[in-house]
Design a protein. Structure first.
Length: 152
């Protein structure tokens, strides 16, 4: 365990010195590349048009459960966290248009691109918070109550 901690300390020192060197040289540390989705981000009007045909649509919400209860969501959806999406492809119907959802459509765009590459009919990606900011209404989702222990 001690050698593992020493390794972590060494890695942190190297990273820190690289950051300082880059700043002293007048540069800035390289930012992680931002993923640019190929799938279109839908605005409220576009998404509302799809919602008008619920028998042709599947909404896949890629947010964590705590994000759903904190921010709200759409009345009917599949909840699959983004990191679990590829493992759950068998549960997603291929005969409907798919809209993926995240808070601001970042994860939704990446998830939609994955689904499109696997042959699904993807209509677009939606940011739930963006949809609400554009005047759309989200359903507030209450977290499930903890189960009570059975009295013996």
């Amino acid at each position: 365990m001690k050698s593992f901690l020493n390794l972590l300390t060494a890695v942190a020192l190297v990273a820190s010195s690289s950051l300082v060197s880059a700043q002293q040289a007048g540069g800035s540390p390289a930012a992680a590349p931002v993923y640019k989705a190929k799938t279109p981000k839908l605005d409220r009007t576009q998404f509302d048009a799809l919602l008008a045909k619920p028998d042709q649509l599947v909404i896949i919400d890629l947010r964590r459960p705590d994000e759903l209860t904190k921010n709200g969501g759409f009345p009917v959806y599949l909840s699959i966290q983004s990191k679990e999406l590829e493992k759950n492809l068998a549960f997603i119907p291929k005969d409907r248009s798919i809209v993926t959802v995240s808070n601001h459509a970042g994860r939704a765009g990446a998830g939609a691109d994955l689904l499109a590459s696997k042959g699904f009919k993807v209509a677009g990606a939606v940011g739930a918070q963006d949809y609400e900011a554009e005047g759309g209404t989200l359903s507030k989702i209450a977290p499930p109550q903890p189960k009570q222990a059975a009295a013996n």
